[in-house]
Write a protein that binds this ligand. Structure first.
Ligand SMILES: [Zn+2]
Length: 85
């Protein structure tokens, strides 16, 4: 019975060690490989104020069949005020 407990402890210790090694390796690679979140962050230029911002954080609006991406709804309104016929 004591042998089984010993084997179990060794096994759990081995698993914990493996997990720790994997976590420290993942942490080391984090800087080199882009995460999926970073790939989603496509930088785009706001047509109104001409600053660059992550497209997913912006406001999309279709003008004359073209999809425009604005950094904020204020910029969208400003752009539409000056470009609408
Ligand atoms: Zn803007």
């Amino acid at each position: 019975m004591r042998l089984i407990i010993l084997i179990l402890l060794v096994y759990l210790g081995y698993r914990a060690l493996k997990l720790w090694v994997r976590q420290s390796l993942t942490r080391g690679d984090a800087g080199a490989q882009p995460t999926s979140r970073e790939i989603d962050d496509i930088m785009t230029k706001c047509p109104a104020c001409e600053i660059y911002f992550p497209r997913r954080d912006g406001v999309q609006h279709t003008v004359g069949g073209r999809d425009l991406n604005f950094c904020s709804s204020e910029c969208r309104d400003h752009y539409l005020d000056h470009h609408e016929n």
